[in-house]
Design a protein around this ligand. Sequence first.
Ligand code: CA
Ligand code: CA
Ligand code: CA
Length: 475
Amino acid sequence: MCAYHCSLLASILVLSANAQVALRPKVFLEGPFNSDTGTMTAALRTQPSFPLTEPFTALGFTMMGGSGEMIQASVLDMDGNNAVVDWVLVELHSATDPGTIMHTGCALLQSDGDVVPLNNNGVLVIPGATPGNYRVAIRHRNHLGVMTAAPVALSLNITTWDFTTGALDTYGSDALKTVGSYRVLRTGDAHRDGQIKYSGSNNDRDPILIRLGGIPNNVVSGYHPEDVTLDAQVKYTGSGNDRDAIMVAVGSNTPNNVVAQQIPPVCPATVTDVDGNVYPVVQIGGQCWMAANLRTAHYSDGSIIPHVTDGYAWGQQNTGAWCNYDNDPANNATYGKIYNWFAAANPGICPLGWHAPTDAEWMTLESTLGVPAEELNIEGWHGVAQNVGGQMKTIDLWNSPNTGATNSSGFSSMPSGSRSSDGDFYLVGTDGPMWSSSEASELYARYRSLKYYQTGVLRHFFFKEVGLCMRCLRD
Ligand SMILES: [Ca+2]
Ligand SMILES: [Ca+2]
Ligand SMILES: [Ca+2]
């Protein structure tokens, strides 16, 4: 406990439960903070719209435990230093990969900064977390979150982290704001995307005006994300308004400044290949996948992947090559490039820090989306009853009936077709086959495919000289 930052307090309590971790964080939110008293105003708790169910799941936060938790309305009656200011989300991140969230737990924040369990009393226990080393992060729905710089040992012994004094090293750069002698979480992320912007696209100021029906002098009461001061009112003008709080956050003289949260995202929003192509990224379970097909013409070391258009030559390749479907460059932007397996299995095919998925990594994806364990290893269609293919297919591009397509996973699989070993092109509009890096035998390699009239995912193998599309997975 308390291995790195021992200005911190630690005390010992033996819990009777299974091996769990107990912690007592302390944090201040800028919006309701009063530096004269060193406490936060707890104005939201008296609002009828204060949620009794944790708000984070509905807002799309990554939940690794604690989802759906509720509080008793009576815990909001507590007054004084222990009055409830708002919900916060406590995350335990991997010690080795700071972007990976291992466990989450919902908690209440008290006026004096204590982060406490949902009964507003005692010591927080994170569901499912076992003793070990973690980075501890705390998030709020419209303040920028914070994380410990170094992994810290968590155990049954209560560990206290005080983010309010400046003594605790935090992850990234300048994660907290200094107010008097205190450190606080920065407010102003009304349009919640992990950054505070006053102007430009996706800024945090416009949502305030929208909440007010476009009338700047309106005031709307309640529990709203645009209330970045947490005084239970959304205001655009006048004293204590929420717009000024955002302007102050970015700097009154630098309205175009952007202040970013210093917690690494679980997955980056995009990834860029060596040619400069930018791909959207989707998180599915613990995996970060490209949400579009690869279209690089170079390996990540900059060397060229040969472009082979001739059909006979294509079938004779035993080294990496690419082409576009029908040799038509117009297909590149939508469907990406078609690669033979020799290119797909080259360690440099994906951007640095990314790789072609193995057969097992495809299974991880399939399992996350609901393919039963007993189906994962079979040759053929998986997850038909669970509509796993439908969860992965784009709702456009595919030929009718595009059975089951919802793209609810965000994977955005496209019917990109293939090139056979005779050099001909097949199946655009109907099939979306994608390589794995795994061999099936000397002549064959594993792939996955989706089909326009299928709800499942196909696991099968093709000759290595066949051309299929590719997805990359973050290491
Ligand atoms: Ca307290
Ligand atoms: Ca924002
Ligand atoms: Ca307000």
